[in-house]
Design a protein around this ligand. Sequence first.
Ligand SMILES: [Zn+2]
Length: 366
Amino acid sequence: MTDAEWRPISINYTAGGMSTIYGVTLHIMAGTLTGTDSWFRNPRAQASSHFGTGRQGALLQWVDTRDKAWAQAGGNPNWISIENEGNGGDTLTDTQLDRCAEVLAWAHKTHGVPLQIATSPSGRGLGHHAMGGQAWGGHLACPGSRVIAQKREIINRAKRLVVGTPSKVDDAPLSWPGRLLKYVKSQPMMSGRDVRVWQAALTTNGFATDVDGAFGPQTAERTRAFQRKNGLAIDGIVGPQTWAAGVRAARPKESKPAPEPEPEEDTIKIVLVDGVPQWPGRTLRVTSPMMRGADVRLWQEKLAKRGWNIGVDGIYGPRSLAVCRGYQRATGLKATGQVDRATWDMTWSWRPPAAEQSEPDPASAT
Ligand SMILES: [Zn+2]
């Protein structure tokens, strides 16, 4: 975890005791963060948790996620635990929801935990203590119905975090990450920065793939298509050869640095009518090399202003594609990932519903 304050305990956990991670479970402390922090250091507690949130927004980590915290009895080997400051019947505060979302997003990227609600010990996703019943110690009031009702919101925030992670494709290592990237049906999806780099490379090579950092059926299918086209073994698995073929091709030529976007932008003229930019006459989409221009920049700027997590660089890359898809879904357009005339017009004509002055959920870009 990057942002948690590391507060390791020396007792009340099992070193190296974790098995396959199914998800993240929510708890309520029935007490304070400082009280819990000292209780976990007491031999009599026989209890611990991986993470803990404070009502003012603190995030502590007591146990490494390779080690088994003692939080929910029979569920301990498969679930990462979060204790939340508060009492039974409380709702989590806004900052606590953010902290829980951060842990969930991290578990998604690191352990392939799906961003969905889990309701039983055999499920996957965001669970809670009471769902384990007697097998999990019979804590049927933990974390309470109000917190359970907040699980959806935590998932939505986690999705936003996952989508908002910069892809860092530019400084990606050229070399194969050292693990076979693949999709196996009954197993949690592989996830991580290497998956994200690969998805971006696929997209740049003309096999548009959601750059969400999770290696699922779509990524496997696009990988096979890429392998077919490039005369590689068609197995949908990214080994050293497939990686090299895709990532090398996706990078700009070393000898010829990418041209500055400024000169090209001048060739695109945007006409304003009543302050509204008119359709530039070309469909913005991912190409190789990537499309650049004032129209791309303008469209990115508009979406960014509306709260979508998109860089305003005037280059239409995988990130623009992902946000475009999310925007199209949110506004009822066909999710092509291409800014055609209808999508362009919608970008400037769309107004939030009067009832709730909020944007469509950017998380739907996943
Ligand atoms: Zn609990």
